[in-house]
Design a binder for this molecule. Structure first.
Ligand code: NAD
Ligand code: IPM
Ligand code: MN
Length: 349
């Protein structure tokens, strides 16, 4: 049976880069020896416009029965003052599908070394993974309130929610350098105190691995000062959101970073870490690498298509090494030109 991929293109540059990702997916189908069944559904701002909800029921139902989900990006000024917002749809999707483990790898291709604002000798060899807790914390904690003169949110974690994400981080670390850096604010926050104590407990189950703790403020500094000191970073929802955008300065653009979000056995979701980039939407200049590499992560993690995943990653790298860059990296290539070049590389491979 064909594997079913639910496609949520979303808003802004979402549909532009999704187009690239799907073209690249089609280009590796021969390598995989199968045809993926793609089903497109409205989501985010497009969901509000086309179906009256950021997460329409039909979209959610399709996601629940998918083998994997591809998401472009959601959001934009058009919807930000509405009752229902694209962001609410995204959070509802993550919560309903129990997508608690958000994997955000960050590496620096040698072709990008001189494009980062940071010194090449600092970023060369950077290869880290941010494991971001995605379905709890201050994003979801109740109570929350907003009045004209007062507002609050609740940063709540249950112990089992911390346990499962710490396990995810250690399992990833076992296949890498066996070092986990847990990032928190345990000198101030109760939720972080429980986080740190739980990480210590779980670490005992992984005697082959090393656990270190860092406060988030200092970790933010060290990530830029000496990124090679990190391998697997595990942290709560909000800190992971912020640190991963910060980490995009290492390769030089948000437009190159993919992600995967996993639950316990349900369908996984693959999406760039960036948003809908309203400032460049509609111009055909978005960097499609984040989406193309999200497709590669999907092939590897949901479909065990390691060869196709590697072919895509190598093709992106080869195109960059040939000096073709989109505008975010200082080049002139359009989204379509970059995508075509990746497909040419794949055909030549
Ligand atoms: P953003 O990530 O959309 O953009 C930040 C900056 O990075 C912009 O200058 C943008 O042009 C640039 N950028 C991002 N992706 C790029 C790409 N592929 N190629 C070239 N440049 C790229 O963040 P923002 O502007 O703060 O937010 C815009 C909207 O996106 C908001 O509505 C926000 O809520 C939403 N958002 C959605 C997601 C998601 O869908 N998962 C993630 C983050 C933000
Ligand atoms: C991301 C985004 C989302 C988040 C927003 C759009 C809700 O920034 O996917 O990183 O904060 O998780
Ligand atoms: Mn973010």
């Amino acid at each position: 049976m064909n594997s079913k991929i639910v496609v949520l293109a979303g808003d802004g540059i979402g549909p532009e880069i999704m187009d690239s990702g799907l073209k690249v997916l089609r280009a590796v189908e021969d390598t995989c020896g199968k045809t993926f069944k793609l089903e497109k559904f409205p989501f985010g701002g497009a969901g509000i416009d086309e179906a009256g909800a950021s997460l329409p029921e039909e979209t959610l139902a399709a996601c629940q029965t998918a083998d994997a989900i591809l998401l472009g990006a959601i959001g934009g000024p058009k919807w930000e003052k509405m009752q229902d917002t694209p962001e609410k749809g995204l959070l509802a999707l993550r919560k309903t599908l129990n997508l608690f483990a958000n994997i955000r790898p960050v590496s620096v291709s040698s072709a990008l070394l001189h494009l980062s604002p940071l010194k090449p000798e600092i970023i060369e060899g950077t290869d880290l993974i941010i494991v971001r807790e995605l379905s709890s914390g201050i994003y979801f904690g109740e109570p929350r309130e907003l009045t004209e003169t007062m507002a609050f949110d609740t940063a709540r974690y249950q112990k089992d929610e911390i346990e499962r994400i710490i396990h995810s981080a250690f399992k990833i670390a076992q296949g890498r350098s066996k070092k986990v850096t847990s990032v928190d604010k345990a000198n101030v926050l109760a939720s972080s105190k429980l986080w740190r104590a739980t990480a210590e407990e779980i670490a005992k189950e992984y005697p082959d691995c090393q656990l270190e703790h860092q406060y988030v403020d200092s970790a933010a500094m060290k990530l830029i000062q000496n990124p090679k000191a990190f391998d697997v970073i595990v942290t709560e929802n909000l800190f992971g959101d912020i640190l991963s955008d910060e980490a995009s300065v290492l390769p030089g653009s948000l437009g190159v970073l993919p992600s995967a979000s996993h639950s316990d056995g349900g369908p996984s979701l693959y999406e760039p870490i960036h948003g809908s980039a309203p400032d460049i939407a509609g111009k055909g200049i978005a960097n499609p690498i984040s989406m193309i590499l999200s497709v590669a992560m999907m092939l590897r993690q949901s479909f065990q298509e390691e060869q196709a995943a590697q072919a895509i990653e190598k093709a992106c790298d080869a195109v960059l090494s040939n000096g073709l860059f989109t505008h975010d990296l200082g080049g002139q290539a359009s989204t379509a030109e970059f995508t075509d070049a990746v497909i040419q590389e794949l055909k030549g491979a």
